[in-house]
Design a protein around this ligand. Structure first.
Ligand SMILES: [Zn+2]
Length: 307
């Protein structure tokens, strides 16, 4: 009998270990603040976006609902939605701090729809345009994503999409594409690094350097209404670098430019007025930006951090 117990003990121990590992994989980071499920009719705000209705009509019995301070979630499994909600609120705080603005309590919440089955996602995709960078769909302030419970979102993808949602809250009439994408990349790279650091990982924001000959001329970049399909990577990298360049040159001026472009004022006139002390002309700005864009900024940051 005792021999039997002894021979079973290691197996039980391994089972116990497996149980702990599984529990960790499916629970929330803190284990306490799991996203609680509420009836759709009990959610504090309904989504006026017709795409939301289309999403919830796909296998309607699968959808559950929940909300946090700034977002409403529509999801299939709470163990998938909970980490998304923790990350979304984290990114909200980072973006609001960067924009030096905050939504008043009880203000409009953005809706996030988390699909889990690729076949449902395929069915939904005909209704919206996929963002080439993240594979998510943004529409009128709502976000639709496919999340496989077997793996987490890679890198800064969720932060990037959350940044768009918050920009839409503050600039409902829209901002230029380069600024929207550039800011989303800029803020989410930094946020992803701090999110990793807060969880004990060594991480530094990395901004991609661009060779001068590959740069899209600023006038052309400003005119783009969506990322160019033949030059997606340069478009995102350059937009991020331009936002970073303007914000690092003068943060307060950058926020003033954002407000001006959010009110649909022209780029050149706005930037020359707001950055009057820094750039005499658009050509002068473009020249300084070219030099800045080509610098290996990731290395510079690391040296600054280490020093
Ligand atoms: Zn984007």
């Amino acid at each position: 009998m005792s021999a039997c117990v002894r021979s079973f003990t290691p197996a039980l121990f391994i089972l116990a270990l497996c149980h702990v590992t599984l529990a960790q994989d499916t629970s929330t980071p803190s284990g306490l603040n799991a996203l609680s499920e509420v009836e759709l009719s009990q959610v504090s705000q309904q989504d006026p976006n017709p795409l939301g209705e289309k999403a919830l009509a796909i296998r309607p019995e699968q959808w559950k609902h929940g909300e946090t301070d700034h977002f409403v979630y529509h999801f299939v499994h709470s163990y998938v939605a909970t980490p998304v909600s923790v990350e979304a609120e984290f990114h909200y705080r980072v973006v609001a701090k960067e924009l030096e603005r905050d939504q008043p309590a009880g203000d409009t919440k953005s809706h996030i729809y988390i699909f889990e089955r690729p076949e449902d996602w395929q069915q939904f995709q005909v209704f919206g345009k996929l963002e080439p960078w993240t594979g998510g769909i943004q529409s009128a302030g709502s976000l639709f994503i496919l999340r496989n419970p077997a793996y987490k979102f890679a890198g800064n993808v969720l932060g990037h999409e959350i940044a768009h949602l918050i920009l839409h809250r503050f600039y409902a009439e829209g901002i230029p594409c380069w600024l929207n994408e550039g800011f989303a990349q800029y803020v989410s790279k930094g946020a992803h690094a701090s999110y990793q650091r807060a969880r004990g990982y060594i991480a530094k924001p990395h901004s991609q350097a661009i060779a001068s000959e590959e740069l899209i001329p600023l006038a052309k970049l400003m005119a783009m209404t969506h990322p160019p399909s033949d030059n997606v990577e340069t478009f995102y990298d350059e937009s991020e670098r331009l936002v970073r360049f303007l914000a690092f040159t003068d943060k307060r001026n950058f926020l003033a430019v954002l407000d001006a472009l959010g009110r649909h004022q022209p780029f050149e006139a706005s930037i020359l007025r707001i950055y009057a002390g820094s750039f005499a002309s658009l050509a002068a700005l473009e020249q300084r930006f070219r030099d800045y864009a080509a610098k290996d900024f990731g290395t510079t940051l690391q040296q600054a951090d280490d020093g």
